[in-house]
Design a protein around this ligand. Sequence first.
Ligand code: UN1
Length: 510
Amino acid sequence: YLIDKPEYSFLKDLGLQRENPGVYSGKWQGKGKTITSYDPGTGQAIATVRQGNVQELDQTIALAVDAYKEWSKVPAPVRGEIVRQIGDELRKYKEPLGKLVSLEVGKIYSEGQGEVQEFIDICDYAVGLSRIYAGQLINSERAEHTILEAWRPLGLVGVISAYNFPNAVFGWNAAIALTTGNSVLWKGASSTPLVSVATTKIVADVLQRNNLPPVVSLCQGGSDVGAAMVGDKRVNLLSFTGSTQTGRNVGVEVQRRFGKVILELGGNNALIIDESANMKMALDAALFGCIGTSGQRCTTTRRIIVHEKLHDSFVSALTAKYAQLLPRIGHQLEPQTLVGPVHTQSNIDAFKSTVDEAKMLGGKVAFGGNVLKRDGHYVEPTVITGLSHDADVVHRETFAPIVYVLKAKSVDEAIAWNNEVEQGLSSAIFTENMQQAFKWIGAQGSDCGIVNINTTTNGAEIGGAFGGEKATGGGRESGSDSWKQYCKRATITVNHSGELACAQGVVFNV
Ligand code: UN1
């Protein structure tokens, strides 16, 4: 195990051992299957985690519901103070925790650090939120009546997160859910269990120091544990990040029991390059958008729609940039690496079958297309041209660094293609033309949740609401007023007139 080697001592600094219990609800346990976590960059085992089983989930939920009862009595700014301490603790552990994120996911060092920073940022946001989130006072049609609107916690918020952002997505949900008075139960992806355990340890230390009950709990587990969490009425809100296919079922199952749901599902994000685009910027945006995190963000640029006049020169400039990256493919923790491995063999299989299908449909591999023959899961970043905008493969999300470059006649056509896919997460246009820019952000423009101008499709900040439309699931997390999703709303009519009066002029007395 890598954890036994001196150069991996940072794992021990995070409190990890060779074998780690994967369930936390005030104390650590784990009676389910033992999972080995592997470094995608070498295929070597890092350490193991003992998952929870369905009975342990049941007990964890019961404790989390009890914890909620205590926690919801704590004043919001005091809850914010606890979240501040969590942010400070994360600052202390940012280096080793970010390094673990890199090691376990396969993302490069700076992206691992950036992911923990995203959790820290949302903690800061939540601290401020704890003092300012508020209801309102609404004018009543009845004399000496006042209508109030108040936001109350929901109870227990369940978070099921994916392997590609094993730390930050939990962070967005937890920081806001805690601040608004909920308790949180987390199930991280089964292939990134060490990040789940290490992150929970950091949070749990803060809770214990403050003598709080387990308002944050963890139950790593298989699909049986996931399904039980989705089906359990005591989980008032289920925030799910993952595939559209699984998310569709999660949405239906949670709705069946009238629970609330936040779905962050697949994306098929387009970058549009208008005639007037600043090419240098557009190329850099394409590079990070398509290849960052080895193409495994839900916000990754999957389609580049280029004006026909620029198409050929853009493809040659882009492939020239890709060629410069070839020597920068390597282990995620090597300082010169810009392109790390993909996460597992199933990403490699998806990469291969997608490239084959693209070729079969008449696509031309303008760059890459191959799996690299070395230990670990490495593929060449790949550019495919010549496909129709509505080819099956173009409309599908493949979690690998493959981008389709499409040739469009106009921005109008590009917008139509942007919108014709089933997903609706992120989108961006590069243009210096004000008319096109405003068309893009208007009602006839991009139909996505994220609609950028002259910047990347990926790498959103925490201040805005994060999420997307259509098959992306419609949920919003992180900033803006996403906190409302973690609350229930009470409309309170107060009669201070001394007489009873009905609204709408209704007369009802004897
Ligand atoms: C995800 O891929 O699930 O905008 C989240 C971004 C990051 C979050 C990605 N801030 O790319």
